[in-house]
Design a protein around this ligand. Structure first.
Ligand code: ADP
Ligand code: MG
Length: 375
């Protein structure tokens, strides 16, 4: 049995009438800061997830407790509470999703929820989308309300905007829903088409947390997005996705988006061709572009990338929003333990930061869990 189950049922006063759901975190292999420019991304859903249990309640309230974070969220199921003002603060994501689903037509059925997540918070593995999507599944189920995955992802994204005011893209929610075991997902963030691409057996996806909390990510993120949108408007295109390299060659921010979209397609080809050398150089080119053109890296993240490669990773790059958080690397399976331990030791010695590295596996996207209590 999942060790989180007793802690969850405890908070719900027993197992009667519970329905269970899970949604995974994700790591993005390549394609960062492209999703909100209608571009391409290549993430995988990882074996860290948010598990929720829910039962309906008849007073029209949505209440949520978290095993990891204190406080009880309590909002009306019709979404009429202002999400950005909800306390405790983590409940803003919940309230945002409640409002977004109400707006999409969900009947205001009350529900009592408890959750527990193994996705590290604020690291770039999207604990937020894991929470939003798992709650959204529970809310939809309780009200007998169904939405296609792409619309559910959009509703969760809208919920995050309502709760946090950070204008994040749709990648996290979509891969949390549509991830596939042993595969990465090539997502077109304009059409929301998602194509699973098999990951080579011989390679391991290694995530290294820099030990640096993400700072300034919200405001810098919004600035980057606005900057790109201004360039797109000037060029007369709908989004930077449509800009040609020639038109943005002198503009580092836009250049990152255009070249990163190309790298995502090349990376997908290299995966299909089992071309490890190609994968490695594309990861490094992506990191250089995020560092120099998009300027979302930090000296510590740069060092982590350098040390990973020095100790044998075939390539590495900052992943997620940047400004701290995690680096992702591809490593030959036989070498992964040595690469992880040697890199972390060197990095700790040089920075004094509490870094850690862990392997992630690609898993299936979110869905119901069948009777975990009896498992
Ligand atoms: P990331 O998505 O990269 O982990 P974010 O800042 O986008 O970082 O989301 C983290 C937020 O998600 C937390 O501040 C909290 O509001 C919410 N969250 C994630 N996991 C949990 C949890 N287990 N319990 C309560 N809130 C959580
Ligand atoms: Mg997030």
């Amino acid at each position: 049995m999942d060790p989180r189950v007793p802690a969850i049922t405890d908070r719900l006063g027993g197992t009667t009438g519970l329905r269970w759901f899970r949604a995974p975190g994700r790591v993005n292999l390549i394609g960062d800061h492209t999703d909100y420019h209608d571009g391409l991304v290549l993430p995988l859903a990882v074996d860290r997830d948010c598990v929720v249990a829910a039962r309906t309640r008849d007073d029209g309230r949505v209440t949520v407790r978290s095993v990891e974070v204190a406080g009880e969220v309590d909002v009306p199921a019709d979404g009429s509470d202002e999400p950005a003002a909800v306390e405790p603060a983590w409940g803003r994501l919940v309230a945002g999703v409640v409002r977004a689903l109400a707006g999409a037509g969900r009947p205001p059925v009350g529900v009592e929820v408890a959750l527990s997540s193994t996705v590290p918070v604020g690291s770039g593995l999207s604990s937020s989308a894991a929470l939003e999507v798992s709650i959204a599944l529970a809310l939809a189920d309780a009200a007998g309300f169904a939405l296609p995955a792409t619309e559910l992802a959009r509703a969760c994204q809208r919920g995050e905007h309502l709760g946090t005011s950070v204008p994040s893209g749709v990648m996290d929610q979509l891969v949390a829903l549509l991830g596939r075991a042993s595969h990465a997902l090539l997502i077109d963030c304009r059409t929301l088409a998602a194509e699973p691409i098999a990951l080579p057996d011989a390679l391991v996806v290694l995530v290294m947390h820099s030990g640096l909390p993400r700072t300034l990510a919200g405001s810098a993120y919004a600035d980057r997005r606005a900057e790109g949108e201004r360039v797109a408007a000037r060029l007369g295109v709908a989004a930077l996705r449509d800009a040609l390299l020639d038109a943005v060659g002198e503009e580092p921010r836009a250049r990152h988006v255009v070249t990163e979209n190309q790298r995502v397609l090349q990376f997908a080809d290299a995966l299909r061709a089992d071309d490890a050398a190609g994968l490695g150089s594309l990861l490094l080119a992506s990191h250089a572009s995020l560092r120099d053109d998009y300027e979302v890296s930090t000296p510590e993240l740069d060092l982590a990338v350098e040390l990973l490669v020095e100790h044998g990773a075939i390539g590495a790059r900052v992943t997620g929003a940047g400004f701290g958080g995690c680096v992702v690397a591809l490593v030959a399976r036989a070498q992964v333990r040595a690469v992880a331990s040697e890199t972390v030791a060197r990095y700790r010695a040089e920075t004094g930061l509490d870094a850690r590295a862990f392997e992630v596996r690609a898993v299936d996207g979110a869905g119901p869990l069948t009777a975990p209590v009896d498992a």
